[in-house]
Design a protein around this ligand. Structure first.
Ligand SMILES: [Zn+2]
Length: 345
């Protein structure tokens, strides 16, 4: 009896959460998806599936209503939607910056160390970007990678000024020890100098081996669109240098606090940074390109990513996808205005 009551209670809490998601999706998706409490309420596969279905349902109704309102003034709303996309990019980049401060706080860094650390991160990232121009004669491309996926990787990397000739793309026969379908690996080193006044006169990144995008056996079990989405996801990590940033943050903090960098990586605030990078890997390409947006949304509809991306992420991807579709719809209305005398033609 008591057990049943507990179960009921748990169930009604879940129903409440789902209803909350539907409500936020319907009224203000951008706001809802950026709330910290929204971040972690969905962490179970079954619940995730229910929440994405609720999101889609509410999103659909919202789009129907919006279409009729916004068709009256397409220019105004196109501008509004484009601003919204720009704002989402700004926010997700600010999230990363803010997280650097959170990590510093958790590990008790002094303000001066934080300032120096941020300068080092920025300079190494700059050097990382410059390194893309250098030729990497050791890069290898596995012959079994389908030409279609290869060209998706090539196109995406080129947007970040990275020539795929300098990046290895390989299939692994052995599963990823971390359970990944795909990942990117860098073997790199970096050096920097700190002047007496705390400024950084010198900071440089260099590859020891070419950056490697690796597909594990599990990757090949997925359908085509999930594979395509994964390629865009991994290429974005490479473009943004997420691996490098995470490596520097862990070693810098380890250096200042005498902690083992791998312990720093386990810390709560660091894991949050990893999560922000995972979101960026899907949100940034979706903002840039309409097709990527619908691909990413489709992938995350079925592709639950435990302990990393939750219902709020799906909501954000859906919002971006719908925003692109609304812009296209309004552009069409501008091109072919409805004839007021023949409304049914
Ligand atoms: Zn990732």
């Amino acid at each position: 009896m008591i057990y049943q009551r507990l179960k009921m209670k748990k169930l009604s809490k879940k129903c409440f959460q789902i209803a909350l998601i539907a409500l936020f999706t319907f009224t203000m998706p951008s706001y809802g998806s950026e709330q910290p409490w929204y971040n972690s309420i969905i962490s179970e596969k079954r619940l995730y599936n229910m929440s994405v279905a609720a999101t889609n349902f509410a999103m659909g109704i919202r789009t129907i209503i919006n279409k009729s309102i916004m068709a009256t003034n397409p220019d105004k709303f196109i501008k509004m939607y484009k601003n919204r996309l720009a704002q989402i990019e700004k926010n997700i980049r600010t999230d990363e910056q803010n997280q650097f401060y959170e990590i510093a706080k958790e590990h008790g860094l002094r303000d001066m160390d934080v300032k120096t650390g941020l300068e080092i991160i920025n300079k190494i990232n700059l050097s990382y970007r410059e390194s893309h121009n250098k030729l990497n004669p050791n890069a290898v491309h596995d012959k079994n990678i389908s030409p279609e996926l290869f060209s998706i990787l090539q196109k995406k990397l080129a947007e970040g000024n990275i020539d795929i000739k300098n990046v290895s793309v390989t299939n692994s026969d052995i599963p990823s020890p971390d359970g990944f379908d795909a990942e990117n690996r860098h073997s790199y080193k970096y050096t920097y100098a700190i002047a007496q006044d705390g400024s950084i006169p010198f900071a440089a990144y260099s590859n020891e081996e070419p950056i490697n995008i690796i597909f594990y056996p599990k990757f090949h079990l997925h359908n085509k669109s999930i594979q395509q989405g994964s390629c865009i996801h991994e290429a974005t990590h490479v473009i943004e240098g997420h691996n490098v940033t995470q490596g520097i943050v862990a070693t810098l903090i380890g250096g200042v606090t005498q902690k083992n960098p791998s312990d720093v990586k386990e810390s709560k605030s660091f894991q949050k940074l990893v999560q922000i990078h995972e979101r960026q890997a899907e949100v940034l390409p979706s903002l840039k390109d309409r097709e990527a947006a619908s691909l990413m949304r489709e992938d995350r509809f079925t592709g639950y990513y435990p302990n990393m991306l939750y219902g709020e992420h799906y909501l954000q991807l859906s919002d971006i996808d719908e925003t692109h579709k609304m812009i296209a719809y309004l552009e069409d209305i501008k091109k072919y205005p409805p004839n007021p005398y023949h409304p049914y033609y």
